[in-house]
Design a protein around this ligand. Structure first.
Ligand SMILES: NC(=O)c1ccc[n+]([C@@H]2O[C@H](COP(=O)([O-])OP(=O)(O)OC[C@H]3O[C@@H](n4cnc5c(N)ncnc54)[C@H](O)[C@@H]3O)[C@@H](O)[C@H]2O)c1
Length: 338
């Protein structure tokens, strides 16, 4: 019998897809989520969902007392980089203080396996490409700093308290599992693929920030990784820890990059709708190119991206956007009829 896994933030984008992957592999899933995006969907149907805040220590204690949790996957956190510049206090509290509280409660209840949602934002400006796990860690935002703070704490806790952890540094999560009612719905949405597809659906202009980067077509290049490939990596990381392997960090990316202009071209093809583009200046903090060297995850976790062809990502994300548009329309009509 597989164990019971606690997913903090499991009603969010990556957490909900991971809950689905875990359930398919026979694990039981318990979700603790504060629903900061006020999601009305995105919950895997078979998971037990507790609506609550990670900062509530009594709640955490009760959860660990009541449920025989065997490992924790920690997705919960504030994610919007721009907001982290304006409100670093909220980010340090939510992403660092609450995470340390979670680790304390795990320790008190003897739960020793931890998988952490880290990010390529840890690397800052690239010193070389492709970026492997040995790349210097110089985050450029409070968001990135909070993730680095947790990774440093994990190293120290692992040494002192017999904690076994895996930190997964995601590059750009994208795509969806629309047939399972799962997809991306951040509020506000700042990720390029949903913004691009919504612009197409609404026949609204899509803004490209910066066209003079040192890249083949002047726009930023990123490594897009399907959210279900990220979910599968969590399963492999869990099995890695369950087999007694040591704590480690892994990049999750494809090793290939696409520019914003390439995304636009492909999105037009997938949606069959011409996208109106408006060009604006660069945004502070955006770097030209970010592409993962993910060979370590391939070698040690035996993980390979299987769903991350750009076409597959965009088609799944487009179907999800269509589903969401229908959902919002139905809700509006129900309200109108009531
Ligand atoms: N999306 C990406 O491309 C990406 C890239 C790198 C790293 N990450 C990291 O992966 C994790 C998941 O990202 P996501 O895109 O699924 O974000 P998301 O916002 O969809 O999911 C995060 C979830 O955490 C919950 N949450 C936040 N604070 C909480 C709290 N105090 N108590 C309980 N629940 C709380 C939210 O309600 C939300 O459902 C985050 O930690 C993020 O920093 C995401």
């Amino acid at each position: 019998m597989n164990g019971l896994i606690l997913l903090t933030g499991g009603a969010g984008y990556i957490g909900s897809h991971t809950a689905h992957a875990l359930q398919q592999a026979g694990y039981q899933v318990l979700i603790l989520d504060a629903f900061v995006h006020r999601q009305a969907y995105g919950k895997p149907s078979l998971a037990t969902v507790i609506k609550g805040n990670l900062g509530n220590r009594t709640l955490l204690d009760n959860i660990f007392q009541r449920y025989p949790i065997t490992a924790v996957m920690h997705f919960a956190g504030l994610i919007e980089v721009g907001e982290s510049v304006k409100h670093p206090d909220a980010f340090y509290r939510n992403n660092v203080v609450y995470t340390l509280g979670l680790l304390d409660v795990m320790r008190a209840h003897g739960v020793k396996k931890f998988i952490f949602s880290s990010t390529c934002a840890l690397y800052g400006n690239p010193h070389y490409m492709l970026m492997d796990e040995k790349h210097p860690l110089l985050p450029q935002s409070p968001y990135g700093n909070t993730k680095l703070a947790v990774e440093l704490a994990l190293q120290d806790y692992a040494r002192a308290y017999d904690l076994a952890y895996v930190a997964l540094r995601y590059f750009n999560a994208a795509g969806a599992l629309p047939d399972h009612g799962l997809g991306e719905c951040h509020q506000p949405e700042t990720h390029v693929i949903p913004l691009l597809l919504r612009a197409a659906a609404q026949r609204a202009p899509f803004t490209v920030h910066g066209t003079d980067y040192d890249t083949p077509d002047g726009t930023c290049v990123r490594d897009y990784i399907h959210v279900y490939d990220i979910a599968r990596a969590h399963l492999l990381a869990l099995q890695y820890l369950e087999s007694g392997q040591p704590s480690d960090v892994f990049n999750l990316g494809t090793g290939s990059g696409f520019s914003v202009r390439q995304l636009i071209d492909k999105a037009q093809e997938v949606c069959g709708i011409p996208i109106v583009v408006q060009e604006k200046d660069r945004r502070p903090g955006d770097v030209a190119t970010l592409i993962a060297d993910a060979r370590k995850a391939a070698t040690i976790l035996h993980w390979q991206p299987e769903h991350s062809a750009l076409d597959t990502i965009l088609k799944s994300a487009w179907r999800w956007e269509m589903r969401m548009a229908k959902y919002h329309n139905d809700v509006k009509q129900e309200k109108f009829a009531a």
